[in-house]
Design a protein around this ligand. Structure first.
Ligand SMILES: Cc1c2[nH]c(c1CCC(=O)O)Cc1[nH]c(c(CCC(=O)O)c1C)Cc1[nH]c(c(CCC(=O)O)c1C)Cc1[nH]c(c(C)c1CCC(=O)O)C2
Length: 354
């Protein structure tokens, strides 16, 4: 991203929002805040509108997506919205037989483990996800100056669901393929990079003013394996959307040893979980990138005083950063008290007001 060139995309007020400024490492009026998995989860207004509608179906209804995406912005006054969807939506859209099981996560009917399986993954066209374009059009009209973050799953994390057939603790089938048939693995990740790149383009062209690539499970890999077997595909996704000039955020869990490489893959903003303090993360990532994070989401179950103390630690560690977007170190946990999130946004805003 060239920070000196204003891209043609977002309207001026959105472009000048605290969130996009922090991503571009420009001075901000206050540290911007948003939460991974802020839409959905525990909000009573979310549970009400989702009643009786399966998760994947709700992702295909533009009015519902618009309402759910707006709910946390209205309630918590966060500095950015994240598009309500799931990382497996583009796979579903190209015909992969999968479902999202409540309390479990994505489950794939026929796992992908052979070359013949790989042939089933066709390219994604904008028509496959026309509801995304429709929903983002409605959303940007409603959001006004608040930026909308588009997102996708990174090739490794998507491959893990496809190869395992569902959520996995050890990723054993995924690693078996990665080490046992490096060519098939590389081709699988390359195909997923194309699908992911196409999905992010749809969101940016519809009006998303930043994108986040979730590589949630990549922390299962050692740096040498990441560099050899995963980074080329993630870098391809970032290159695909480079021309739009919107900030590209890259996040994973347990990635302390990978932070430098994840920045190198082409991110403008590197997401950090709660295990590495942000000043140390900045040393690992190096200059020229903003950081996002990193309050432990479990801290929100503690007392208001403890939340403030732990938040203060995050802000102190972030004091010398070139750009900081406040977030949790992973997604909002399902039983989090929504009021604790609202208080947290307010605390960060008042503590960092300049
Ligand atoms: C790994 C991953 C997935 N999905 C996602 C990731 C990356 C982020 C992360 O690491 O947490 C990303 C995601 N999934 C969802 C969003 C919506 C926007 C947001 O709130 O940030 C986002 C950004 C909605 C969802 N995605 C899912 C729900 C729950 C749906 C339901 O229960 O009906 C929602 C609101 C389902 C899902 N989908 C997935 C999981 C692990 C689950 C949870 C299973 C469970 O505990 O119920 C895969």
């Amino acid at each position: 991203m060239n920070a000196n060139v204003r891209p043609s995309g977002p309207p001026t007020q959105t472009y000048d929002s605290a969130f996009l400024k922090a991503c571009r490492r420009e001075p901000v009026p206050h540290t911007p805040v948003w939460f991974m998995r802020q839409a959905g989860r525990s909000l009573p207004e979310y549970l009400k509108v989702r009643e009786g509608i399966p998760m994947l179906e709700s992702c295909m209804r533009p009015e519902l997506v618009t309402e759910i995406t707006l709910q946390p912005v209205r309630r918590h006054k966060v500095d950015a919205a994240i598009y309500f969807s799931d990382i497996v939506v583009p796979l579903k859209a190209i015909g992969v037989d999968l479902d999202i099981k409540p309390g479990v996560g994505p489950v794939v009917a026929e796992p992908i483990r052979t070359r013949a399986d790989l042939e089933r993954l066709r390219d994604l066209t904008p028509e496959d996800v026309h509801y995304v374009t429709e929903a983002i059009g409605m959303l940007t009209a409603e959001l006004g100056e608040t930026p909308l973050i588009g997102f996708a799953g990174a090739p490794f994390t998507l491959a893990s669901y496809l190869v395992e057939g569902g959520p996995s603790r050890n990723h054993e089938h995924t690693k078996a393929l990665m080490y046992g048939d490096p060519q098939l693995w590389a081709d699988l990740l390359d195909r997923l990079a194309e699908i992911t790149g196409a999905f992010l383009k749809v969101q940016i062209e519809a009006g998303a003013s930043a994108v986040q690539l979730f590589d949630s499970w990549v922390g299962a890999l050692a740096p040498a394996d990441y560099r050899r077997s995963v980074m080329p595909a993630s870098a391809k996704v970032f290159r695909e959307v480079e021309k739009y000039g919107v900030p590209r955020i890259h996040f994973g869990v347990g990635t302390g040893e990978l932070l430098g490489l994840m920045g190198e893959a082409g991110a403008d903003v590197v997401g950090v979980d709660w295990r590495v303090p942000l000043d140390e993360a900045a040393r690992r990532v190096g200059p020229g990138k903003a950081l996002q994070g990193n309050l432990d989401p479990a801290v929100l179950f503690s007392t208001p005083e403890a939340v403030e103390t732990k938040t203060r630690e995050v802000l102190d560690a972030a004091a010398g950063l070139e750009g900081h977007v406040f977030n949790l170190g992973h997604g909002v946990l399902p039983t989090t008290d929504p009021d604790a999130l609202t208080r947290l946004v307010d605390y960060v805003h008042t503590q960092t007001a300049r």
